[in-house]
Design a binder for this molecule. Structure first.
Ligand code: 13P
Length: 257
């Protein structure tokens, strides 16, 4: 991380876990152990049905609420979908876009991811754009090509001003929910590459201001090492974000020098 130029953001991704009542209980416990220091931003991304409970529970705190998905159309006959304006009106500030689970299980293509990024930005939300390779792709030696394709297509049509509001999360699929974390070097290599892609498209000033997170089995015991790398500006945390104490351990790691 590099706090001089950009925000460190620790974000939880609850995936399909917790009810609205459990959301409220989490918020009370988490707020009670929140440190006074404000060196990192904290975002909790929750299932759609938990959003209003989360917004209410975190209202008077510095914790921002994020959604886990959004649809790209503004309104209309899209049964079951949620628009970016609906999220923004609720008080949601972030939205995860292009998570590997959505790409793999729900058919999200790079084109769809791009449309969702644009819709989120237009509604004033900050997209957390996920990119990452599978184990097979890493072993075939195509990681960087794949990352370039995912990053460039996600950002197609995103203006320089909008780019400042984007967060990129590098999440190697083989490290998600497996307990197998990328080493700091492996994660940093890709995060540095992602910043170079942003630099090539938007210039050095914007590139150095963009928060690039790592995600994949991040926890209190490995967070400090990962975050000690200049280009890793935070984490997108699945499993460990479900427990207030486990998530707070990562916040503490991000608060260390
Ligand atoms: P885990 O932290 O459970 O590996 O999940 C990472 C992730 O997918 C966050 O979006």
């Amino acid at each position: 991380m590099n706090r001089r130029y950009r925000k460190t953001i620790i974000a939880g991704n609850w995936k399909m876990n917790k009810t609205p009542s459990e959301t409220k209980a989490f918020a009370e416990q988490f707020k009670a152990i929140l440190p006074k220091t404000k060196w990192c931003d904290i975002v909790v991304c929750v299932p759609t049905v938990d959003l209003s409970a989360a917004v209410r529970a975190f209202k008077d705190s510095r914790i921002a609420v994020g959604a886990e998905n959004v649809y790209f159309e503004k309104s209309g006959a899209y049964t079951g979908e949620i628009s970016a304006d609906m999220l923004a009106d609720l008080g949601v500030r972030y939205v995860i876009v292009g998570h590997s689970e959505r790409r793999a299980l729900f058919g999200e293509t790079d084109e769809i991811v791009n449309k969702k990024v644009l819709a989120a930005l237009e509604a004033g939300l900050n997209p957390i754009i996920c990119v990452g390779e599978s184990l097979a792709q890493r072993e075939m030696g195509v990681t960087m090509e794949l990352i370039a394709l995912q990053v460039k297509s996600a950002l197609a049509g995103v203006s320089a001003e909008q780019m400042r509001r984007c967060v990129i999360a590098y999440e190697p699929i083989w490290a998600i929910g497996t307990g197998k974390t990328a080493t700091g070097e492996q994660a940093a290599e890709v995060c540095t590459y992602i910043r170079s892609l942003i630099r090539a498209q938007y210039g050095a000033r914007i590139a150095r201001s963009v928060t690039i997170q790592y995600g994949g089995s991040m926890k209190g015991s490995n967070a400090h090492e990962l975050l000690s790398h200049e280009d890793i500006d935070g984490g997108l945390i699945g499993g460990a974000s479900l427990d207030p104490k486990a998530l707070m351990e990562i916040v503490h790691a991000a608060n260390q020098e």
